[in-house]
Design a protein around this ligand. Structure first.
Ligand code: GDP
Length: 197
């Protein structure tokens, strides 16, 4: 599956002002610098749709893109900025939690994990919170082009080991690279499959 058209719709700080939830919606989130903007741009085949490396301290927004007039792709503000104040963090938490808990057309959250980095508590905690709230999620291990092939599986295994302390089974996951488009067909196929059912 290829995306023909991706249109920026709006940015919000409040889920109540998001577009009418009349289409299936998929949200992307992860630690800052995980490669979220690059992955979104790779998926939609537009190098500029999501801004790459937005700076910390900038307003953090819920960004809606309409894809092929069929579904919404949502770029959620990343977490884990080193220099963000407690007030900013609390604001982020409220905005993102409200969105995740209340957005009824949300089909799945894609939680991005940097393949090069050892499992981080902030990611595990966030995934556990989604699990506790019953919010469907899948994982995407990013930047696999930067890691030797055998190390990719090692990273996944390390992460799996951490998660299985809390989870009965590993959530479904994808391997991706914005450089060589690894994962594009798999992720878009996964979304198409849900949209078709
Ligand atoms: P974001 O903060 O999560 O939106 O991350 P960005 O998409 O801005 O990416 C952070 C940095 O990682 C940038 O320098 C990107 O060029 C780089 N990057 C992102 N994805 C990949 C990838 O798949 N492969 C490689 N080699 N670099 C990537």
């Amino acid at each position: 599956m290829k995306i023909k058209e991706a249109v920026f719709i709006c940015s919000n700080t409040d889920y109540k002002r998001c577009p009418r939830g009349d289409k299936p919606e998929y949200a992307f989130i992860g630690r800052s610098n995980v490669g979220k903007s690059s992955l979104i741009n790779m998926l939609v085949g537009n190098k500029k749709l999501a801004k790459i490396s937005s700076k910390p301290g900038k307003t953090q927004l819920i960004n809606h893109f309409l894809i092929d007039n069929l579904w919404y792709l949502v770029d959620l503000p990343g977490y884990g900025w080193a220099k963000v104040s407690k007030t900013e963090r609390v604001k982020w938490e409220k905005m993102v939690r409200d969105y995740l808990l209340r957005r009824e057309n949300l089909q799945c959250v894609f939680v991005l994990i940097d393949t090069r980095i050892d499992p981080q508590a902030i990611d595990i905690n966030f995934i556990n919170w989604l699990g506790e709230k019953g919010i469907p999620l899948v994982l995407v291990f990013t930047k696999i082009d930067k890691v030797k092939t055998n190390k990719v599986q090692q990273s996944v295994s390390k992460f799996k080991k951490q998660l299985l302390t809390y989870w009965e089974e590993m959530p479904e996951y994808f391997l991706s690279s914005a450089v060589n488009k690894a994962g594009q067909n798999e992720i878009l196929g996964f979304i198409a499959n849900i949209n078709d059912n």
